[in-house]
Ligand binder design. Structure first.
Ligand code: PMP
Length: 376
């Protein structure tokens, strides 16, 4: 058997990792500003997460959700405390797509409606509902197609008001990333998020905050939607939750009432996922990593804005987009192959930085020097 060839792989294989450094098989070290796609939140192979995970594996690695798993309650409590939303309810899954899938489904159960508002440039995952709310026709199979999703321009308050004026009583939910990641690091304005909140309130629609990529402290806020000082009805999260271990979740406002079996998943909330997710929250809290993400992120953004050859620097905290003109399209490749720095990308020509929250100023300087050389 060979692999189903869907990934444009580069030829580097990572065999070892520590904090924000990764090594290939030849022993060459790379600075990881991609965080394995926004997944490494507290640094690669963090001793506390490794210990929690291995200790748990020696005790009990998996048993079904049909029995009590106190670790789930501990995680719910900790997440409520660190996020500041102590009265929310936690449902655990295994990925970002699954989190959004369940959020959209829960919203529809709640108000009995079908229509979803999503935004141009949005990415919400590759499962059926999540992909139908994703603005990329190339990844929507005929079976995923739905007339129920409306794509509105991002940050356009007027378009949103019109959509609600026209079909408010049919809209089940509005789903929005606080900062679009795949869409090129574009931040929703506070006014836009506040308008979504008030229109959802007026029309009994559900506000779903996709926090999968922008979430969990990366921006210096717990959820990047917090910038607007509002509460969403459902927050979806995944990626950094397990620092590399697959885990996702939705955090659900108190007004939603569950019934037995309403949502379900075999692996969601397993012992290992809960143990490592607890460890991640403990590290974020103990090491004050949201403050670090804010300060190292501010430093990077300020310094990046001094480069005159870039089109625009966007983002917040350690979620940063460097929008480059077409003639500089080779910069990303050079950063990897010449300077040994992993970054992410977004179309048309945006470099995405999504490093661990404990990125150091020295890491940031190594990147700034390399970029300065490329932009000379
Ligand atoms: N939502 C957002 C904002 C994402 O960036 C992603 C992944 N890129 C997803 C959802 C889907 O997450 P997963 O790949 O874990 O299914």
């Amino acid at each position: 058997m060979k692999l189903f060839d869907v990934y444009p792989l580069n030829d580097i294989e990572i065999v070892k990792a520590l904090e924000s450094t990764v090594w290939d098989a030849d022993g060459t070290d790379y600075l990881d500003l991609y965080g394995g796609h926004a997944v490494i939140s507290v640094g690669h192979t963090h001793p506390h997460t490794v210990k929690r995970l291995t200790d748990q594996l020696h005790q009990v690695g998996f048993y079904s959700n049909s029995v009590k798993i106190s670790l789930q309650n501990q995680l719910a409590e900790k997440l409520g405390q660190v996020s500041g939303k102590t009265d929310y309810q936690l449902f655990l899954v295994n990925s970002g797509a699954e989190a959004n899938e369940n959020a959209l489904k829960l919203a529809s159960f709640y108000n009995g409606r079908k229509k979803v508002i999503a935004f141009k440039g949005a990415f919400h995952g590759r499962t059926s509902l999540a992909v139908s709310a994703t603005d990329n026709p190339k990844i929507i199979a005929p079976v995923n197609e739905t007339e129920n999703v409306m794509f509105l321009p991002f940050n356009d308050i007027g378009a949103l008001e019109n959509a609600f004026a026209e079909s408010g009583s049919e809209i089940s939910s509005v789903i929005i990333e606080g900062i679009q990641g795949v869409g090129g690091i574009r931040e929703a304005s506070a006014a836009f998020l506040q308008t979504i909140r008030s229109l959802c309130d007026q029309h009994d629609a559900v506000f779903i905050a996709d926090s999968v990529q922008c979430g969990y402290g990366r921006t210096g806020l717990f959820y990047s939607h917090d910038v607007a000082g509002i509460n969403a009805d459902i927050y979806s999260m995944a990626k950094g939750m397990g620092n590399g271990f697959p885990v996702g979740a939705i955090s659900i406002a108190p007004k939603f009432k569950p019934w037995y079996g309403m949502l379900g998943t075999t692996f969601g909330g397993n012992h290992l996922a809960c143990a490592v997710s607890l460890a991640v929250l403990e590290v974020i809290e103990q090491d004050n990593l949201m403050a670090n993400a804010a300060s190292v992120g501010d430093y990077l953004i300020t310094e990046l804005k001094k480069f005159d050859k870039v089109n625009e620097i966007r983002g917040r905290g350690l979620m940063i987009g460097i929008d480059l003109p077409d003639e500089l399209a080779s910069v990303k490749k050079n950063l990897l192959y010449k300077h040994h720095i992993f970054t992410g990308e977004a179309k048309p020509n945006v470099i995405r930085l999504l490093p661990a929250l404990n990125l150091t100023k020295a890491n940031a300087d190594r990147f700034l020097e390399a970029l300065a050389e490329e932009l000379k």
